[in-house]
Design a protein around this ligand. Structure first.
Ligand code: MTE
Length: 319
């Protein structure tokens, strides 16, 4: 995501950290680390370099998975957007190593317009659901994309358990607010806590995933541990991390990004090569690890599963 230095929520396109710039910076950091310690990589990056043993065994392989080859584990876990741990792509991997604090229970509240609200400890929350592996493309609004083998279960399964009533038109999600654990929340870059929203049919769409892991193991802090959303046909910022509240509401929720830049970040944020961001084109993307840019596909290539939800809507107006 992108900020102008001067105003909340905006950054000139020239300040977007391109992956090549990021890699150069890392090479520089590695050089400094070799000079200082004689070792090749800073420890937190070195430990992320190989894929650790899967902790989830016997996962169901989802029919919704893409055949595209997955982005290396190292890139998925070291090139992140998680502003609660800094606005730089490399900071979440360095700053979230102890997140979430295991001594504090992770609780998720499910409330609002539903017949079965509740507050659950993380383990109780996920116990009833069957976990699967789903390999999804994720397209960031900044123009890069990754392919990630997520572990998770359909959000629809959890929604059915909560039994939303007829007034529930949207679902609002909220990230933890805890500046002690998330130092980025001490800075006024977004209106904390981070929030996001989906229309009820989007939330119920079988592609919408609540993720608790990737590459067969539990989510690391930088990827939104212990539980996050993944909405593969929308720009990456809709995939809110480290969720503590899921609320059913009657009117359209304002997300943190809509508040920060209402004419730059809309509620729908469907991946759309024909609707440019006001400050840059959305027609092409750089798949992390590839040299040449590729064309961005409408709905990130998931049109068959999701286009019907937007029939008759002007996608320029509802961006
Ligand atoms: N969720 C929270 N709470 N805070 C964030 O800054 N960044 C979003 C999204 N979820 C973000 C967030 C953006 S811009 C992207 S592209 C994805 O997370 C990145 O997910 P990843 O780092 O696991 O690839």
């Amino acid at each position: 995501m992108l900020f102008k230095k001067t105003r909340l929520g905006e950054l000139p396109a020239s300040e977007v950290t391109d992956y090549s710039v990021y890699l150069n910076r890392r090479q520089f950091l590695n050089g400094a680390a070799i000079a200082a310690t004689g070792s090749l990589l800073p420890i937190s990056l070195a430990s992320a370099a190989s894929v650790p043993e899967p902790t989830y065994k016997g996962l169901i392989k989802s029919a919704y998975s893409t055949d595209d080859s997955s982005t290396p584990f190292e890139s998925v876990t070291t090139y992140n957007n998680f502003y609660e741990f800094g606005t730089d792509k490399g900071s979440p991997a360095l700053m979230a190593t102890k997140f979430p604090d295991k001594s504090k229970p992770w609780r998720v509240r499910i409330d609002g317009e539903c017949d079965k609200p509740g507050e659950y400890d993380y383990d109780d929350l996920i116990r009833p659901f069957t976990l699967e592996e789903r390999i999804y493309r994720l397209r960031c609004v900044e123009g890069w994309s990754m392919v990630i083998p997520w572990v998770g279960f359909p959000l629809a399964d959890l929604i059915k358990r909560a039994q939303p009533n007829s007034r529930a038109k949207f679902v609002e999600f909220t990230t933890l607010f805890d500046p002690e654990q998330m130092p980025g929340q001490n800075r006024n870059v977004l209106d904390w806590p981070y929030t996001e929203g989906l229309r009820m049919d989007e939330a119920m769409n079988p592609l919408t995933l609540l993720s608790v892991g990737l590459y067969g193991q539990e989510l690391l802090g930088q990827n939104g541990a212990p539980i996050r959303l993944v909405v593969p046909w929308k720009y990456g910022f809709k995939s809110i991390k480290s969720i503590v509240r899921i609320r059913f509401v009657e009117s359209l929720p304002q997300s943190a990004w809509m508040k920060a830049g209402p004419n730059e970040y809309g509620f729908y944020s469907n991946v759309n090569p024909d609707v440019d961001h006001p400050r840059w084109s959305q027609s092409r993307e750089r798949r992390i690890g590839e040299f040449l840019k590729r064309k961005t596909e409408i709905f990130n290539g998931y049109g068959e599963e999701v286009a019907h939800m937007y029939t008759g809507m002007d996608l320029r107006k509802y961006f």
